[in-house]
Design a protein around this ligand. Structure first.
Ligand code: ATP
Ligand code: MG
Length: 902
């Protein structure tokens, strides 16, 4: 079966079991402060599991794009060294929200793997939770009983809390889980090892690996650590698609399947190197360099050479980076952007070090990836050009950093050589990591090749220090939610800005010693930060007290209100009131963003696609794909078009619960990488039509006026426009007016301001030229006078003086003196300009060649008397200083030094 057929068969099987087949959520998560990337299929169902969203339909299945490179799941260091952990992978999953539980999940998993896919049951092992006496949780006998229907007892293995108890976080839903493992060793391997599959489960053997995890959520963990029963039992399963494909295609590495092979082939073609498949030739050892520090799970044997590892790393990271960019997350220097940058840099390092690639490489593999996966994931194909540009630019930039880092390391090794040292300081190694992105292994590798070692212990100490700093900065502590009333929140903010409400629940949050509270209300008009629009602020007004709501954000589909203090009586009835001035200003900016998007497409073309936006009461920012600077004329055209739509006062045409298909028919612009349900909200203003959950004005006229204030580049192929609307434009105009008035007053309020300024500039240029010519004449004269007044010592003319003079003129003077003398001479000038002393020394060539004098050395020594330093060539040198009073002495000193050698 091909990978595609396998993916389809999963969907088909669960569809036949009455599951709704749903699309993958984006891999990049935009509106969850606790998670940057989807790392498991269940992420998108978090709010259902927490009880804040309707669980219907209760049976669902999908394939979900996941990324495991940060936070709780971080497999980055394994990737490439082993053959079954990826950064980005597809997770096949099925869910039951309060429908079937352990028995149903186990039966279906078994039927699918064994009856449908025909995996050999003798190679399958399952684990069940052994229990935890200290927490008073018994062994999961229930799961064991259902497994026993399908597998013999010796294929059921007890597992500990680490492997077999799943928790959503420090608090929240949790429960035991059961994993399915496959023993994929060849018969020869089995015979040679003398170990049963059972003995190798969860032992990091690269041929006995977990493919499916069935999670049985039945508890809720509270902040004090105790467990209570969950109100709705949940089944959450996750199966690694690439691992499954490998088992079905009879391969011994995920990279040998049709998911990765085309990319690996392309790598071989570009680099001219050869990839070794694990187990392909057990004795094969053609690439001499072996992985020096293989993590657990490493291949062992063929395929364990650095060339093959590097090829796996690049093939894997290519996917992760491409899919992230397609989902709207570009590499950057903070947060999610930085995670993507790190992945890309890891690939560049491996390609540079082990595949000999000194130029951008990854982007050359992109066409192959698009060919293979573009059909299943149309976002890849649609954005191929952008992905390639961003990737190449990032690669180029990092290759330059690598070169710089290597030069620095060369210098450090040079110094060590001169000192006879053998070990690179750990602090230096850490600096290489921190500033140049050199992980320890790269620094070690380069050092080793030059006969040096690295002090790893010191490096680790520095690393720990940095981690601690980061931890201290980020530590957030949440208490349990205090439940005042049961129920779900209703958002009424599209229709109201004030609403009667009660607090459903609240909790305390402590961050960096600041304490605040988060409130969930039963009804709220507050829009929580989402989709680039900042959250509302306002007040919660009660009979006897009013508390300020300083911000609101969106979490698990609800608005969470942030307050500094709790109301004294949290159970009272309140009026939730949004600050409407701010909200109206935000709404105007948001609507203007839609008009801008429309106008840009008209003026620049259909390739323009939104890549990010930020909307606050003060500004709007809009990032979009476009490959060159937008010209001033084009910007004007866009502004005119938007302002025209504002003057037409186009009314808002809003559809709240439109089926996705209908919205598309209306021509609504949807973004790749956004998460939309089956029902969407469509926002139309005249020709502009977008899917959007944000707050908008009732008509475009309320925007007032629109003005772009800047256009710039944010990344390869991405431009950014910042603009202002309404009242902010008034302020902008006043600012311009005031500046202009001030300038006019400098020029006596001249009518023809441009003409007058032009005249001033011309006059200024003219005067400058005159001064320069006077100066040149004066220098000429000084030179003559000084030479006439000079003395001669042992046949050498000694010309010296102390005078006020511009630094550039001093150099000129020295050269003129040299020309005027024509023969053997020594010239020392002590000049000052605006209180800054300067020493200039000029020697004729014979003094340098025959007497071994060096102007640079002399100036360094003499400049000490003016508290300065400098240098230059053997025949000419200058030094600046701080102490003008020492000039005379410095001149004398320089002459003294020079004459000693004559
Ligand atoms: P492992 O112990 O192999 O790292 P896990 O315990 O982290 O796996 P789960 O979190 O239970 O895995 O994820 C469910 C399934 O997703 C696993 O059974 C596996 O098939 C797959 N999977 C997990 N991590 C990866 C990864 N980094 N690359 C590819 N597939 C993975
Ligand atoms: Mg894992």
């Amino acid at each position: 079966m091909t990978a595609k057929e396998i993916r389809d068969s999963f969907k088909k099987y669960f569809e036949s079991k009455e599951h709704a087949i749903v699309p993958s959520a984006p891999m990049v998560i935009k509106d969850d402060p606790t998670l940057m990337f989807t790392n498991a299929g269940m992420n998108q169902w978090k709010d259902i599991i927490l009880g804040t969203r309707d669980p219907e339909p209760r049976r669902r299945a999908d394939t979900q794009k996941c990324l495991r490179v940060s936070g709780k799941h971080n497999d980055l260091e394994e990737v490439g060294h082993d053959t079954y952990h990826h950064t980005m992978f597809e997770m096949l999953g099925n869910w039951s929200f309060g429908d079937y539980f352990k028995e149903g999940a186990i039966d279906m998993a078994w039927e699918y793997l064994v009856d449908v896919l025909k995996l050999n049951p003798e190679d399958l092992y399952v684990t069940v939770f052994e229990g935890s006496p200290e927490e008073n949780i018994p062994r999961d006998d229930e799961a064991a009983k259902y497994w026993a229907k399908h597998v013999p007892e010796d294929h059921i293995i007890n597992g500990n809390k680490h492997d077999n108890f799943w928790e959503m976080g420090d608090t929240g839903p949790c429960g035991p889980c059961s994993e399915i493992h496959v023993d994929s060793r060849t018969p020869e391997q089995k015979a040679a090892s003398g170990k049963t599959g059972r003995e190798l489960v969860n032992k990091d053997d690269p041929q006995v690996i977990e493919i499916w995890n069935l999670v049985f959520m039945q508890f809720n963990r509270k902040a004090d650590g105790s467990l209570e029963k969950l109100s709705m039992n949940v089944i959450d399963t996750g199966m690694g698609f690439e691992r499954l494909v490998r088992m079905l295609q009879g391969k011994h590495s995920n990279y040998d399947t049709d998911v990765f092979q085309p990319i690996i082939k392309k790598e071989e073609e570009i680099t001219g190197l050869k990839y070794e498949a694990p187990l392909s030739s057990p004795e094969g050892d053609t690439n001499a360099l072996k992985s020096n520090e293989a993590p657990s799970g490493a291949v062992g044997g063929a395929g364990d050479d650095m060339v093959s590892i590097a090829m796996r790393v690049c093939a894997d990271h290519l996917r992760a980076v491409s899919f992230s960019i397609a989902d709207g997350q570009l590499p950057g220097n903070a947060k999610a952007g930085y995670v993507i940058r790190r992945i890309l840099r890891r690939a560049v390092r491996y390609a540079y070090t082990f595949l000999g690639q000194r130029e951008a490489f990854l982007y050359k593999l992109l066409p192959t990836l698009v060919e293979e996966m573009g059909d299943a994931f149309p976002e890849l194909k649609a954005q191929q050009q952008l992905i390639a540009r961003v990737m190449k630019e990032e690669e180029d930039a990092f290759l330059r950093t690598l070169d710089k880092g290597i030069a620095l390391l060369d210098k450090a090794m040079e110094e060590m050589r001169s000192k006879g040292a053998k070990e690179l300081n750990g602090e230096q190694a850490f600096r290489m990591f921190d500033t140049y992105g050199f992980p320890l292994d790269l620094t070690e590798l380069i050092c080793r090749e030059n006969g040096f070692t690295v002090n790893e212990e010191q490096f680790n100490v520095e690393m720990q220090k940095q981690k601690q700093r980061a931890r201290n900065a980020a530590a957030v502590e949440n208490s349990d939610w205090e439940e005042l009333q049961a129920g779900e929140q209703q958002f009424v903010g599209y229709d109201y800005t004030e609403y009667t409400c009660h607090i459903l629940r609240y909790r305390k949050v402590t961050q960096k010693k600041n304490t605040f509270y988060e409130l969930v209300l039963d009804y709220t008009p507050f829009y929580g930060e989402m989709g680039g629009q900042v959250g509302d602020c306002g007040v919660l007004a009660g009979e006897n007290e009013t508390v300020e709501i300083i911000d609101s954000k969106r979490e698990n589909g609800q608005t969470v209100h942030i307050v500094k203090e709790l109301p004294k009586d949290p159970t009272a009835e309140f009026m939730a009131c949004v600050d409407t001035d701010k909200r109206d200003a935000s709404a105007a900016n948001h609507t203007a963003t839609h008009l801008l998007d429309y106008a840009l497409k008209q003026v620049l073309g259909d390739h323009v696609e939104q890549k990010g936006s930020f909307v606050s009461p003060e500004v709007l920012r809009f990032d979009f794909s476009h490959f060159e600077k937008v010209s001033d004329e084009q910007l004007r055209e866009v502004e005119r078009m938007v302002n025209d739509m504002i003057r037409q006062d186009l009314p808002r045409d809003e559809h709240r619960d439109m089926p996705m298909d209908e919205a598309k028919k209306l021509g609504a612009i949807a973004l790749f990488g956004e998460k939309y349900g089956d029902k969407v909200r469509v926002m139309r203003f005249g020709p502009s039509c977008e899917l959007c959950g944000g707050i908008h004005t009732t008509s475009t006229g309320r925007i007032g006026f629109f003005k772009i204030i800047s256009e710039s580049s944010v990344a390869a192929g991405i431009r950014r426009i910042e603009a202002r609307t309404g009242k902010e434009c008034e302020e902008l105009l006043y600012n311009i007016e005031d500046t202009l008035k001030a300038i006019k007053s400098f020029f006596n309020n001249a009518k023809d301001l441009q003409g007058v300024i032009q005249k001033y500039i011309e006059e200024h240029d003219h005067m400058k030229k005159e001064i320069e010519s006077f100066q040149a004449q004066a220098v000429e004269r000084y030179a003559k006078q000084l030479v006439e007044r000079s003395r001669e010592v042992n046949g050498v003319k000694v010309v010296n003086t102390v005078m006020p003079l511009e630094p550039a003129a001093a150099k000129d003077l020295a050269f003129k003196i040299k020309a005027a003398v024509g023969g053997s001479m020594l010239c020392v000038l002590g000049t000052s300009y605006q209180d800054k002393p300067q020493l200039t020394i000029m020697l004729s060539e014979d003094l340098v060649a025959e007497h071994g004098l060096n102007a640079g050395q002399i100036v360094r020594e003499a400049a000490k008397l003016i508290q300065g330093g400098g240098g230059g060539q053997p025949h000419f040198a200058q030094a600046g200083g701080k102490n003008a009073d020492g000039l005379s002495a410095a001149v004398d000193k320089a002459i003294e030094i020079a004459l000693k050698s004559i």
